[in-house]
Design a protein around this ligand. Structure first.
Ligand code: HEM
Length: 519
């Protein structure tokens, strides 16, 4: 039976391969000019590039050096185009935004997201536009300045207050380590989980909460699912057979639903439209408002699945990316003590009392530049989220067919010596002009660009700034005596770049104001 199915699939792929091979020249009467494509093998195409042991972004840089900043790949009958320069990425995502705004179908992601509900994995169309708008306005509510303060300045947003509370908790927990080596992941996990939980559904967890721990460990496995070319995505019928990927998907769904579904039910039971407590309430309000709108199509209306998946994306995206980027930041400081010293001097001179606030960033340009340099150098999301073309389109002189999956090599854009002076070194100066003011070079794209750019860009940048500033105000970071700083090579070859576990020693800076728990 299995052999027959495999033969059938091979025949299907062969037919598709023939159709694609014969397509050149036949599209519109003029010559079809596809991007250059490295030679592949019949049927499988360039599958070897996707399944090699090298990280995909490194393999794509090697091919880009030979074929240019726009080149094609084929895998089992599917077309890919790889963009390796900020110019090509901007042309695609900004200039021809709608043409490139789709999301490719991946079987495993569809299983995970209740058939691509939510924002990040839903294809381009009215439903995605509506849900993205709802999520953006929910986030805007958290980021909206609070009432004016006594000094006439705008008050802090709910997001900033929430993050600052968690920074205070973190700093007081760190103080207890008192010079003993610690793994920063444990404390950062609790702090960042509580930041996103408070914002998303108004709840905090203790450090040993079993439900939270299961959720975090399942969340870390998410990155395994994002690599294109997995057999389960190429041949969904393989779901009939037990596999590590199917087990991972089931584990993530079980732990996610045990928390989020319960939070959803609680919020529905206690919802009051005149008292929006958190992001989940803001989603429920959109759902209620759309319910009263007879013009809203079923697709666009927020459903229970849409709300729960959107909660999860804010939660999972917000936690994992900020958590991993902060771990990179602390590791860089162990490698570059002179950057740490300069940061501490800047904070001491400009924020003598209390923790740095978001409003202080005009006075803390080196801290802001360090956050941006961490995003550039670590390039957590090395290949961006995959997009798919929604119609036949172009980049430069090349024709790109509808349905082509688009991969952007953000890691390479961030490390190309054409774009950056000394790109492999960690230098916050990459983001400071001659007057010492922060600027963002056009080659800096950690959050992508165009209609699908990261929804959490502002929240993430603010979180990284406040966490890093708070930690450095109170502690000096060092390696355990006799140990080297952690390797700056990512721990695996996944497109999501994470650094391996490491230890640090935190020494209290005695001259600082005392660490105290938030009220
Ligand atoms: C260091 C932190 C972060 C980085 C580096 C990052 C990076 C990215 C990237 C590269 C994309 C793909 C954009 C594209 O496909 O063109 C993305 C999408 C997204 N991010 Fe983030 N992100 C971060 C934090 C966050 C946070 C805190 C949230 C939640 C509040 C969030 C929510 C999302 C969502 C919902 C999308 C999907 C957007 C869409 O498809 O329309 N991210 N992010």
């Amino acid at each position: 039976m299995v052999t027959e199915i495999l033969i059938f699939v091979a025949l299907l792929l062969f037919c598709r391969f023939l159709i694609i091979s014969l397509r050149g020249g036949g599209r519109t009467g003029r010559a079809w000019n596809p991007p250059p494509c490295p030679p592949g093998v019949p049927l499988l195409g360039n599958l070897a590039v996707f399944l090699g042991t090298q990280p995909l972004y490194v393999a794509l840089r090697r091919l880009g050096r030979k074929h240019g900043d726009v080149f094609g790949l084929r895998m089992c009958g599917k077309d890919f185009v790889v963009l390796g320069s900020s110019g090509a990425i901007r042309e695609a995502f900004v200039k021809r935004s709608v043409d490139f705004a789709g999301r490719p179908y991946m079987f495993s992601i569809s299983l995970l997201t209740r058939k691509n509900c939510g924002i990040a994995f839903s294809d381009y169309g009215p439903a995605w536009r509506g849900h993205r708008k709802d999520a953006a306005s929910a986030l805007r509510l958290s980021l909206k300045a609070g009432s004016v303060e006594s000094d006439g300045h705008p008050g802090r947003s709910i997001a900033e207050k929430t993050i600052s509370q968690e920074v205070s908790h973190l700093v007081s927990k760190m103080a207890v380590s008192d010079g003993c080596p610690i793994n920063p992941s444990d404390m950062l996990t609790v702090a960042l989980i509580n930041t996103v939980c408070s914002l998303t559904f108004g709840c905090r967890y203790g450090p040993s909460d079993a439900e939270m721990k299961a959720f975090v460990s399942a969340n870390h496995k998410l990155k395994e699912l994002f690599k294109p070319g997995h057999p389960l995505d190429l041949f969904p019928f393989l779901k009939m057979f037990p596999s590590k990927r199917m087990r991972t998907i089931q584990e993530i769904i079980a732990s996610r639903d045990s928390i989020l579904q319960a939070q959803y039910q609680d919020h529905v039971a206690t919802f009051r439209p005149d008292n929006i407590r958190d992001i989940t309430d803001a989603f429920l309000k959109s759902m209620q408002d759309a319910g009263g709108n007879d013009d809203a199509s079923d697709d666009v209306t927020m459903t229970e699945d849409q709300v729960v998946m959107s909660m999860w994306e804010i939660f999972a995206g917000g936690f994992e990316s900020t958590f991993q980027t902060l771990r990179w930041a602390l590791a860089y400081l162990l490698h570059y003590p002179e950057v740490q010293k300069r940061l501490q001097d800047e904070i001491d001179n400009n924020v003598p009392v209390g923790l740095p606030t978001w409003r202080d960033r005009s006075r803390l340009p080196y801290l802001e530049a360090t956050v941006l340099e961490t995003l550039r150098h670590s390039s957590f999301s090395s290949l961006n989220g995959p997009h798919v073309t929604t119609c036949d389109t172009k980049i430069g002189d090349y024709d790109i067919a509808q349905g082509t999956t688009v991969l952007c090599n953000l890691w390479w854009v961030h490390h190309d010596p054409e774009n950056w002076k000394d790109p492999d070194n960690f230098r916050p100066e990459h983001f400071l002009d001659e007057a010492g003011k922060v600027f963002t070079p056009k080659h800096f794209l950690p959050f992508s660009v165009g209609p699908r750019f990261c929804l959490g860009k502002q929240l993430a940048t603010m979180g990284l700034f406040l966490y890093l500033g708070g930690i450095l105000k109170h502690f000096t970071l060092a390696c355990t005596p006799g140990k080297k700083p952690p390797s700056l090579e990512p721990e695996s070859s996944e497109p999501i770049r994470t650094i391996g576990e490491y230890e640090i020693i935190l020494t209290k800076r005695e001259s600082r104001d005392p660490v105290c728990l938030p009220a």
